[in-house]
Design a protein around this ligand. Sequence first.
Ligand code: LLP
Length: 439
Amino acid sequence: MSPSPSNEASENVASGPSPLPWHLLPDNASVGPNGRLSIGGCDVLDLAAEFGTPLFVYDEDHLRSRCRDAVEAFGAHATYATKAFLCQAMAKLAAEEGMGLDVASGGELHVCLAAGVSPDRLVFHGNNKSLTELRMARDAKVGRIVVDSFDELDRLEALHLEDGLVPSILLRITPGVKAETHEYIATGQDDSKFGFTVSTGVAKQAVDRAVEMPGVELKGLHAHIGSQVFRIDSFAAAVKVLGQFANPLGLPELVVGGGLGVAYVEGEESASIAQWARAIRQSVAEANIEAAIGIEPGRAIAAGAAVTLYTVGTIKQLPGIRTYVSVDGGMSDNPRPVLYGSGYEAFLPRAVTANRTFEARIVGKHCESGDLLVRQAKLPQDVAVGDILATPVTGAYGHSMGSNYNKILRPPVVFCRDGNARVVVRRETLDDLLTTDLG
Ligand code: LLP
């Protein structure tokens, strides 16, 4: 397990010839006799030629296999956190593989319902659900609402007075466990905007109130300590606190959240979903928890399933300083390097096993210096303008956190499987930029 999560600025300085570590590519990646990369049986340079760049290329079977791993470990209590990557095809895929779906806004709920996901398989999250969102969730009859505050309990009470519906809820609990990850995505510590804190007695007050409220049916508790967490013992620490708090309450369900870290760069290694599940099961047994246990992975399902393809537009060599390789996307399709200092690798799909001995900073086309994709990348020596360049492990929190900054068009998404590529999200058009603009 890597001690340094890639959410911290990763200075992956070239250290001798090193091809792209193969394990950073999706499961069904292969290299043809011409040295070119295929994903899901589709030659990625052909995909770039057909669909243009930037382009998100997903290995559909990789996504399916990770969903199956989660379901194998936790059955119907395995829930996919759609914030990691969501479109209708992804919602259908996760549901087909037996996962529930976690949505954290009315928008995510809308997409899942549009995809035809059965509402009882949806879990509605968020630290500030509006009355409108709560109404939407109740009207849709989602399986669980994860209540995050007393204000939300008030809103649910008010809605109950209107229509008499009694949704099933979980209460989000803050266990007071600080996960080792970027501070922006650590959520288990007491100083957090999420949940009801155990250590201050607030969590107990929330349980007492929910038990007495006629407008909700309290099914259990929920916790999520953070994201991109490599240290499995952090989850065990949370389970211990949850057990101590939850066992005397005798509630039937306990969800321990998502957060399993994934490897983004050379030298990082992460636990598999099965290993993570085993560790959770063990800590659940040690804590004598009898409630049904649920998990909510997002990144571990989607991150490794995709690569992003770009076209190199300019290469600027600044003597004695560095080389900038500019591509046709940037912070609008992957804001993670800018937001969290996250590290990524880069490679050329035309020579996926080539040594990468050329150091460069890979930047996007947005109008600011912070628009970088790979701070200190290694590329093959012969990288040239017009090359298709790829970054692996971009399947989670890339497309979903994308933007239209500089009115750059959002890239399309293709799912590849058995040599077939299907576009599941089309590229935005210039006219799309005007659809909400009333002039
Ligand atoms: N459950 C809850 C309640 C969550 O808030 C999250 C993520 C998950 C599950 C899924 O966590 P995962 O398994 O994906 O780590 N934008 C950040 C990540 C934010 C995560 C937010 N919550 C990033 O790009 O690293």
